[in-house]
Design a protein around this ligand. Structure first.
Ligand code: WT7
Length: 577
């Protein structure tokens, strides 16, 4: 199992020059001193991301380039974002929104989304970004669990918000509502642009404690509804240093993170990390399309590009001729996150871009990167890299014993890093599960380490599905499936797929009176798409008379998976007859 393939660093003036040295000497206590609040303790993420730069030479630097296929093409300086987010903070305050309240933003990627996120944070409220593809069930679960009081959305997405089922929701701000504001349902509706026009550009920022709530990201587990992962302002220490050393951002960079802020990559590294470093960010609206993506790099002269394996694989599948149509020579640093980065994708990147793709490993719960490939170190294709300075990563067994090289076990992190989640909303029991082995955060991933300290991802320990880099909880999909009138029982697994990593496959037992048919399959798939989200819908359905269950009635997903892969089913002693 020796890994001999190595790709040496390209010589360059990187922000981090010597990884081993940094790993020996780094401490979070020292690292936080770059922030003036480390003495006062009073802080605000949005101030550090935006306003602070307006007191120096970056005031009129472009913070955000935005364009989309509909023809919008805009740019915003740090100073403009400061004033716009001040206005938005005032809009929320006018409605009585205050520190600690949850404000959700349910919008496609657009400048209004970024302004809303920053403005919410400025008044100390907790922002909850929602992916625009979410349908009614997914929106309801998140807003209800967090008892959100305000929502920013648009008229197209509004029908997916079940207002009557959300008693805490009092204010809905619509982007692009015009004069046609809805009424009723015990909620106030407002037009974003009118409110913004009327609001003052001066705002008293809410200075909060470093441990106060910042952002709530919902993510999937193998059981139950999505979990609300809460991050706090203190996370900025790690956002700042990882963006500086791993993304290697410098003042003349044009940085493009392709992730939507509905996912943690789109906030930690689409907002916080880059802007804490005063970097210029590109946001491109619309859907994935190879030509559009390459054209975006060319249009802005993107230098640093953070994306995901599934996107790289789709670009690879589109062929090298597409690459040749564009001038991508500005690219100097490429990174990836979300799922295993295949060695062949790394080799392809070298061939077509002449650049290494740097894998990074982390999770919604960890808030920021933990194991990474730095531009100054050798890459071993297929490895996630090494722990960031200040991070102690290990492979441990069920009892917390550290395992030697090449032994597979739990990928675990010593507790205590700045961007660690601080709670699971309304669910302390779930939170504590991550720390069931004393002293460790147990990630749910399995991995091994090699003799050089590089980590190699092996898979999930639980049943969480990673499809196109998005985490989908099998239980959530199963629950949705059984709401369909024809479905009696459902078991959902991830099936390996060359482009998407995994696809969702559902095994379904029908209720009496229903017969399997292609039409019924399509109807069931559509049903999940309309209730949860397109990416959470099964791509494959297999009808079965009965599903394998434990005596206590739990669907045995591992048996379904073994059937699917043609592998032995293992111990069946707990299975019902
Ligand atoms: C899970 C976390 C936070 C970034 C986006 C995903 C998988 C993440 C890698 C990687 C192999 C990876 C893991 C992890 N994952 N990065 N570099 N190599 N697997 O965040 O939705 O919370 O998912 O994504 O299984 O546990 P997420």
């Amino acid at each position: 199992m020796k890994h001999d393939e190595r790709i040496a660093p390209v010589p360059g003036d990187y922000n981090l020059k010597d990884y081993e040295e940094a790993y020996r000497t780094f401490s979070w206590e020292e690292a936080e001193k770059v922030f003036s609040w480390s003495e006062t303790g009073k802080v605000n993420m949005a101030y550090e991301c935006i306003d602070r730069h307006c007191e120096g030479p970056r005031k009129n630097k472009v913070a955000l380039y935005y364009s989309d296929p509909s023809g919008r093409d805009e740019k915003y300086t740090f100073y403009e974002l400061k004033r716009l987010s001040n206005k938005f903070g005032n809009v929320l305050r006018k409605f009585g929104v205050k520190k600690g309240d949850r404000v959700f933003v349910f919008l496609p990627r657009s400048p209004e989304l970024y302004v809303s996120v920053l403005g919410t944070i400025k008044i100390g409220a907790i922002v909850g970004p929602l992916f625009e593809a979410f349908m009614e069930g997914a929106v309801r679960d998140r807003l209800a669990d967090s008892e959100a009081v305000a929502l920013v959305t648009n008229p197209q997405l509004l029908p997916r918000v079940p207002i009557k089922e959300l008693p805490a929701l009092k204010h809905i701000i619509l982007v692009g509502a015009g004069d046609a504001l809805p009424q009723g349902d015990g909620v106030g509706f407002y037009d974003y642009h009118k409110e913004m026009a009327a609001a003052s550009e001066e705002l008293e920022i809410e200075w909060v404690d470093r441990e106060d709530g910042l952002i709530l990201h919902y993510t999937s587990g193998s059981t139950g509804k999505p979990k609300g992962v809460l991050h706090v302002h203190n996370a900025m220490i790690q956002h700042y240093w990882t963006a500086k050393w791993v993304l290697d951002l410098k003042d003349d960079d044009i940085y493009w993170c392709t992730a939507d802020p509905g996912w943690v990559t789109g906030t930690s590294y689409g907002i916080f990390g880059p802007w804490l470093n005063g970097a210029t960010c590109v946001v491109r609206g619309g859907r994935f399309n190879p030509d559009d993506w390459y054209a975006t790099i060319e249009k802005y002269g993107v230098t640093v590009w953070y994306s995901a394996p599934t996107a790289f694989r789709m670009l690879m599948a589109a062929g090298d001729d597409v690459v040749k149509k564009y001038n991508l020579s500005t690219l100097r640093h490429i990174l990836s996150v979300g799922e295993p980065l295949n060695p062949e994708v790394v080799r392809w990147g070298l061939k077509v871009f002449g650049k290494r793709i740097h894998d990074t490993w982390w999770m919604t719960e960890t808030g920021a990167m933990l194991i990474v490939n730095f531009p100054c170190m050798d890459i071993k294709p297929g490895s996630m890299g090494k722990p960031f300075p200040g991070i102690q990563a290990a492979i441990i067994d069920d009892n917390g014993n550290e395992l030697p090289p090449y032994r597979m076990g739990h990928l675990a992190i010593r507790v205590g890093w700045p961007s660690m989640m601080r709670k699971i909303w309304n669910n302390d029991a779930k939170y504590r599960e991550y720390f069931r082995i004393p002293g460790w955060y147990v990630s749910g991933d399995s991995a091994y380490r090699d003799e050089d300290g590089y980590f190699w991802f092996q898979g999930r320990v639980d049943d969480v599905i990673n499809t196109s880099g998005e985490r989908v909880g099998p239980f959530e999909v199963e629950s949705c499936l059984v709401e369909h009138p024809a479905v009696a029982e459902a078991g959902v697994i991830g099936k390996p797929d060359p482009v998407r990593g995994e696809i969702i496959k559902a095994f379904v037992a029908l209720r009496a009176g229903y017969e399997p048919s292609e039409e019924l399959k399509q109807d069931i798939i559509r049903f999940v798409k309309e209730r949860l989200a397109a990416h959470a819908a099964p791509r494959e359905i297999e009808f079965r008379d009965k599903l394998p269950k434990t005596r206590s009635g739990k669907i045995m997903r591992r048996v379904l998976k073994a059937w699917e892969l043609g592998l032995p089913t293992g111990d069946l002693s707990t299975m019902e007859d």
